[in-house]
Design a binder for this molecule. Sequence first.
Ligand code: TRP
Length: 341
Amino acid sequence: MSAASEKTRVLTGITTTGTPHLGNYVGAIKPAIEASRDPGVQSYYFLADLHALIKCQDPKRVQASRLEIAATWMALGLDTDNAIFYRQSDIPEIPELAWMLSCICAKGLMNRAHAYKAAVADNEAADDQDPDKGITMGLFGYPVLMAADILMFNASRVPVGRDQAQHIEMARDMAGRFNHLYKGQYFTLPEAVVDEEGELLRGLDGRKMSKSYNNTIPLFVSEKKLLKLVRKIKTNSLEPGEPKDPDACTLFQIYSAFASAEEVVAMREEYANGIGWGEAKNRVFEYLNEHLREPRERYQALLEDPGHIERVLLKGAERARAEAAPLMDRLRQVAGLGRFV
Ligand code: TRP
């Protein structure tokens, strides 16, 4: 066994439809980049651009998002010589494996997927004749493609948001079923790693920061825009001089996600001493701006050199395929799709 294969394999995908925001950074990007520095870990991070097509048929958006997400991870310090960083769509073995898995995956399992059930429930609530209205096969089979992403690289740990944990269970189910049907240990059973803390970063209006609520602070907006957005964070009507509760405060939560433990303690003190909202917002802006300045510059430089990003991703795809292709060959054999001679 080579050293690489003894490492814990950590894998996660990012659907390429949006622009990364502070919530993504705290909840996913930062922990993933940290994990990738652990010498005991081999990480696989990829742009889930085939998944993007399920919810977005705007080619410009998908294309821009792929570039922005790749540039973001690189600007924030992902070591792409260490982590295997690639585009899902550069690995043809993934959709091929997805097909094999869909041939052994019970339709009833997919019927139970939260995302699909929610779409059906919406149709029913709208009193629609067809409960499957607007639901594509892509959406229905989404967990199968996701299982292929994971099982292709025998990942054992999969950091995801809480809403995705069910999909990892489904991947385990498919892995077990495939292993059983074709009598072998082809796949490792993956486990979801859900970071509850990161999950909770709140957005401008105090709800969870999410593109679908339109309440995000994108990571690399201009200084001016960042100030504008921080000023928009919802606070209460307490006046300067009145003590304020940091624990109920979105502004404080966002600050805490970036600041050191001592800085958080100091800010707590300021709240108790009745710092005014205007002042608190200026301080949080200054802090974020200071910490985002350098990565923001790297990000801009990367966006101006898409050729570099392309080369990095192609290199990642080459490394990924060096593992995917032999496994896929083996799976073809066991399913009866091997060569005749
Ligand atoms: N579905 C995930 C999300 O929307 C993205 C994703 C695609 C993924 N394939 C994956 C995450 C495989 C982990 C592993 O967040």
